[in-house]
Design a binder for this molecule. Structure first.
Ligand SMILES: [Mn+2]
Length: 314
């Protein structure tokens, strides 16, 4: 489709993505917004998203993202990105329904073509990959290339997941040709840790123990560990993947203490165990390979509750 024809006929354009936006959603929305705003400075162009990832806040135009918007305004064109259905737009769903024209750009298999115009490509690794071609190589600036690269990295696990296709790499090649600092971006977005996080990972790895024929690994961070390292609960997020990649491990369990004394328990599995079904038995949930729940007791007591359920699946 000719996206520019649609844009030319619209004087007010709103760009938005799904609730709790991930990297692909933020990257594709920011890129679309930036391209349109620079090409049509005379038009009213706005971008709305729920709070974005800290790591993406320094991108160009990220400071123009609105968290609040007039829900009564009727837009000439509403562009939704990375959004499988209209309800995933959250409080903007009624604004979408009211817009004069709508464009739905997405790659989710569940997308039900809810827009007036739909650019839904199920084989695309990410919405960012679609955005690159839709707006055309000649209209992608260095800054926009950077946004799209970050989005692609987020949805493909740094080009490692099976969603990465030859076509993805061709798009990435074009992005590299723009001159982005690709190794610096990967470092800053995915590899850099704060000193506090590094110390905290050290403590967690040091405490790690294995059970169930060394197929399960677990570790715990206490409130005291956080105090000693000047780290915050947010910093514990990076720990579980360091446990999951230990050789021979099928399930990693990471436990941290909540302020009320209860324990937040995260589980990751590599291949065989559906950790979601396990967490659901304790009132939690998530995905097959990554889930969580809240339990009480010592780390050992918690692990004793989980191990028989893991064993039953092995
Ligand atoms: Mn996506």
């Amino acid at each position: 489709m000719d996206v520019y024809k649609l844009l030319q006929h619209s004087n007010s354009i709103l760009v938005s993505g799904h609730v709790r936006p991930d990297g692909d959603c933020i990257g594709s929305c920011l890129a679309t917004y930036t391209i349109i705003k620079e090409r049509y400075p005379e038009k009213r162009v706005e971008i709305y998203l729920e709070p974005i990832l800290d790591s993406m806040k320094t991108l160009k135009n990220a400071n123009e993202i609105k968290n609040d918007i007039d829900l009564n305004f009727q837009w000439d064109l509403f562009i939704s990105l990375d959004c499988g259905d209209i309800e995933r737009l959250g409080k903007l769903a009624p604004v979408y329904k009211k817009a004069r024209h709508t464009l739905n750009i997405d790659h989710h298999i569940s997308n039900n073509n809810f827009g007036e115009y739909n650019v839904v490509e199920l084989n695309a690794s990410s919405t960012c990959e679609i955005v690159y071609d839709l707006f055309g190589d000649e209209n992608i600036s260095l800054e926009v290339a950077e946004m799209l690269y970050i989005g692609i990295l987020h949805d493909t696990g740094n080009l490692r997941h099976s969603s990465t296709t030859p076509k993805t790499l061709i798009t990435v090649a074009k992005i590299f040709a723009k001159g982005i600092k690709f190794s610096q971006i990967i470092d800053e977005m995915f590899l850099t840790k704060t000193f506090e996080q590094t110390k905290l990972i050290g403590i967690a790895l040091n405490k790690a123990k294995r059970v169930l024929d060394d197929k399960v690994i677990y570790s715990e961070i206490t409130t005291n560990d956080l105090k000693e390292t000047f780290a915050s609960v947010k910093d514990t997020r990076v720990i579980i993947d360091n446990l999951r990649v230990v050789k021979g491990i099928e399930v990693a369990i990471f436990i941290y203490e909540l302020p009320d004394g209860e324990k937040k328990v995260s589980l990751r599995s590599n291949e065989l165990v559906d950790v979601c079904s396990i967490c659901q038995q304790f009132g939690g949930g998530g995905h097959v390979r990554a889930s969580g729940c809240t339990l009480s007791g010592t780390a050992e007591e918690i692990v004793d509750k989980l191990v028989p359920l893991i064993k039953a699946q092995l």
